[in-house]
Design a protein around this ligand. Structure first.
Ligand SMILES: *Cc1c(COP(=O)(O)O)cnc(C)c1O
Length: 361
């Protein structure tokens, strides 16, 4: 083990999928693996999650990459297509697509007259029930359903879906508002329904429906504020580590790092770990951000540099150059690091750079 290494536990990934199935035993599972499998590697993740019922991606290129790797399972484009020219590829590759606006619908109707689409495209109609991001207004559902069903290139059996804005906030009343709006918009039809992301799969029974769409929980992370995946029986999938490259004694009142923003309160031993924002470690990680070295948590001190961070090993430190430092993962929940960097685990998982080495176990 040398410098920055991201170890991905495929068995943890599979364990987490099994947890999803246990939490939502009546639902089919769309494993969301957009953004390179939340930073873990799209293909490796999809191959390990071969017990999922479908994969969800955000960009058609991600779907192409899955097919090119020989993955034949259902793939859903969660934001649909951005250009009409992609409709033919969707049909040929048997992708399923979300439709969330009038432009996409009109382009499908146009394609039905112009293209020879053998097998009709399966559509997930997205309804905006209050997040005000993607989706048609609840008042447009009837019109969209009848136009989609009249469209020769669209499979007549739709899935109706929505997305919750506040599922990660326990007891937020807005969840009920959105669930109610969805129920009203969808109750006239016998289509399948899909509402739940990870947070809703974990805490909102009424959101589970026919399809759940977990993302972050598959990677072992809880999206719910103040808790970690471990508390939900999830296992961390990625462990990011590096090594100590300097250990030295310093006096009290020694400024540390760029700007000297942190000053040693007493004499201590400082360590430098070979990880920085050049590897994707969050630059805004504050003093006190936990780092795991030789079985104990030590605080990050001073600013994060491009290639290094400094940690306060304490005056009793027995640590040596070359010792392993875990930045997050097994033994150190990424949720704690994210909180200390005033961000979310999703973001830091996605932003590791090409300098990091990868190992799948
Ligand atoms: C990303 C995404 C998800 C997964 O969200 P998590 O919070 O990671 O579980 C589910 N549904 C849609 C539409 C998404 O874009």
């Amino acid at each position: 083990m040398k410098t920055a290494l991201a170890q991905v536990s495929l068995s943890a990934l599979q364990h987490n999928l099994a947890q999803v199935k246990q939490m939502a035993p009546e639902s089919q599972v769309m494993a969301v693996c957009k953004a390179n499998g939340y930073g873990h590697g799209l293909i490796e993740v999809a191959q390990a999650l071969n017990k999922a019922d479908a994969f969800g991606v955000a960009r058609i290129e991600e779907a192409f990459n899955l097919r090119a790797a020989g993955i034949n399972k259902t793939i859903v484009l969660l934001e649909g297509f951005f250009e009409a020219k992609d409709i033919a590829s969707i049909a040929v590759n048997h992708f399923q697509t979300v439709i969330h606006n009038e432009k996409q619908l009109a382009e499908l109707e146009q394609a039905a007259t112009e293209l020879e689409i053998g097998i009709p495209i399966k559509v997930w109609l997205k309804i905006d029930t209050g997040m005000s991001r993607l989706g048609i207004h609840v008042s447009q559902v009837d019109e969209f359903v009848s136009r989609l069903q009249a469209c020769a290139c669209v499979h007549p059996d739709l899935v109706l879906m929505t997305h919750l804005a506040c599922a990660d906030e326990l007891n937020n009343k807005y969840n009920q508002t959105q669930l109610m709006a969805f129920k009203q918009a969808s109750s006239a039809y016998s289509f399948s329904h899909s509402i739940a992301n990870s947070a809703a799969t974990m805490v909102l029974d009424r959101a589970k429906q026919n399809w759940v769409r977990p993302g972050i929980m598959l990677y072992g992370v809880s999206p719910i504020e103040g808790e970690t995946g471990l508390e939900r029986n999830l296992k961390p999938v990625m462990t990011l580590s590096s090594q100590l490259i300097s250990v030295k004694k310093v006096d009290a009142n020694t400024p540390v790092g760029y700007g000297g923003t942190w000053v040693t309160p007493s004499k201590t031993i400082l360590g430098v770990v070979a990880i920085g924002y050049g590897d994707g470690y969050p630059r805004h990680a504050k003093n006190g951000t936990p780092v795991l070295i030789n079985g104990r948590i030590v605080p990050l001190v001073g600013r994060v540099s491009m290639d290094m961070i400094t940690v306060d090993l304490g005056c009793d430190s027995q640590d040596n150059i070359g010792d392993k430092a875990v930045l997050w993962g097994a033994g150190l929940p990424i949720e704690k690091v994210a909180e200390s960097a005033e961000t979310i685990a999703y973001e830091i998982l996605c932003q590791l750079t090409t300098r990091v080495k990868w190992k799948y176990i």
